[in-house]
Design a protein around this ligand. Structure first.
Ligand code: SF4
Length: 345
C-alpha cells in the first residue's frame, strides 16, 4: 500500500548567530507505513529531534526545512506538508500528526489544570461540546492508565513525571492523529516508570492503530517498540531495516557500536563498549564518511566520499539499507554477547 508519510531529500538548515548556515538534517529519505512503528536512533546531537520538529514544522525561526514530505491521509487526500501554512498547518499538526516532546513539563501551561489543557486543545480544533470533550479526555486518560477523576483537576506540577508523560500521550491523541511522533518518551524517568510508559504505548497503539515515529538514544527501547529502526548519524540515515535484522545483523559500525553499548537483558553483564569520541560538530563535518574519526573499520577510502545509503543483501537473503563501504566486514558477535531482544517480537 501507500506510505502514510513519504519523506524525500529532507533537509533542515539553521542560521547561526554569525550568519553562517549549518545543516542539521542532510537529506533523509524515509517512508512510514500505516500502523508502523519506526524508531529513529542515535546519540544526542545527531539531528533526530530536529528531524521530528522539521517534519511537523515546529522548527525555531532560524531553522528552515526543505525537500518533500507527503502525508497521505486515510481519506485519500495527499498533503504537501512543507507547503502548509496558517489554518491548514494547525490542522495537520494535531489531527494528522502530533508530537510528544521530552521533558514533559515544558509542554504544559503551569497555571492551567489538566482539564483546561484538554478543553483548550479540543476547542481549538473541533466544535466538540463540553461533555464530548470530558468523555474523550476521560477515555484517553483511562487508556493510559490514569484516573480521570483525579488527574483532570490537577495542575501539571501536582503529577509525577511518569503521570505527566502519560497525560501528554493522552492529550496528543485527542484529535485522533494518524501519526504520533515521540521524542525520548522515557528519558529522565526511573526504570519502573519507563516500563509502564512502554506498556502504555503498546496498549494504546494496539487499541487506536496509529503509526509512530519515536526518537531515542536507547536501543533497548527501540527493540521493544519498533517494527523498523533507522540509525541517524551527523544528520543522515546510515542504516535502516527491520528491528530484528538491525539488532542481529547490524552492518554499519555506528549501529554496531550502539548495540554494544546496551546492557544485555539475559546473561552475564559483559564489558560494555562505548563508541570512542562524540558526534562531530555539524559546522565542521569530517571529510568522506562522517563516522570515520570514530570508526575502527575506517580506511583511507572512507575519507574520500560520503557513502550513500544503499540496499545490501546478506547470505541468508535478509536485506536492509546501509551507508558504509566496508559493511561486509561488520558483524555482531552475538555468541560472545549472549544478548537477546527480550520481549520484542
Ligand atoms: Fe567506518 Fe568507513 Fe564504514 Fe564510514 S564507510 S562507517 S568510516 S568503515
Amino acid at each position: 500500500g501507500k506510505p502514510l508519510l513519504s519523506i524525500r531529500d529532507f533537509k533542515v538548515e539553521y542560521r547561526t548567530g554569525s550568519g553562517a548556515t549549518v545543516q542539521a538534517v542532510r537529506g533523509v529519505d524515509l517512508d512510514l507505513y500505516p500502523g508502523e512503528s519506526l524508531a529513529l536512533v542515535g546519540e544526542s546531537g545527531c539531528g533526530k529531534t530536529t528531524f521530528g520538529l522539521g517534519l511537523l514544522r515546529l522548527l525555531p525561526r532560524l531553522g528552515h526545512a526543505s525537500g518533500k514530505v507527503i502525508f497521505n491521509r486515510g481519506d485519500g487526500t495527499e498533503i504537501d506538508v512543507l507547503g502548509l501554512d496558517g489554518r491548514d498547518l494547525r490542522q495537520f499538526r494535531w489531527r494528522d500528526a502530533a508530537m510528544v516532546f521530552q521533558g514533559a513539563m515544558n509542554a504544559f501551561n503551569p497555571v492551567l489544570k489538566i482539564r483546561a489543557h484538554m478543553h483548550d486543545t479540543m476547542r481549538a480544533h473541533t466544535k466538540a461540546t463540553r461533555q464530548e470533550i470530558e468523555d474523550r479526555a476521560g477515555d484517553l486518560l483511562r487508556l493510559v492508565r490514569l484516573e480521570p477523576e483525579r488527574v483532570m483537576d490537577c495542575y501539571p506540577h501536582e503529577l509525577s513525571g511518569g503521570m505527566r508523560q502519560r497525560v501528554l500521550i493522552a492529550m496528543s491523541l485527542l484529535l485522533e492523529p494518524e501519526v504520533l511522533i515521540l521524542d525520548e518518551p522515557t528519558t529522565a524517568l526511573d526504570i519502573l516508570t519507563q516500563r509502564s510508559i512502554v506498556d502504555v504505548l503498546h496498549e494504546v497503539r494496539e487499541r487506536l492503530g496509529f503509526s509512530m515515529i519515536f526518537i531515542s538514544h536507547d536501543l533497548s527501547l527501540a527493540a521493544e517498540l519498533a517494527d523498523r529502526v533507522a540509525t541517524m548519524y551527523a544528520g543522515r540515515l546510515v542504516e535502516t531495516g527491520g528491528v530484528r535484522d538491525l539488532f542481529y545483523r547490524p552492518r554499519h559500525p555506528y549501529t554496531l557500536g550502539l548495540i554494544k553499548a546496551v546492557p544485555p537483558i539475559v546473561g552475564d553483564l559483559p564489558d560494555l563498549e562505548s563508541i570512542p569520541g562524540g558526534p562531530p560538530s555539524l559546522a565542521a563535518l569530517p571529510p568522506g564518511c562522517t563516522f570515520n574519526p570514530r570508526c575502527k573499520f575506517a580506511t583511507d577510502e572512507c575519507r574520500e566520499a560520503e557513502p550513500d545509503l544503499v540496499p545490501v543483501t546478506d547470505q541468508d537473503g535478509s536485506a536492509h539499507d546501509v551507508a558504509c563501504i566496508h559493511w561486509k566486514d561488520v558483524h555482531l558477535d552475538r555468541e560472545a554477547r549472549n544478548q537477546d531482544l527480550g520481549t520484542a517480537s
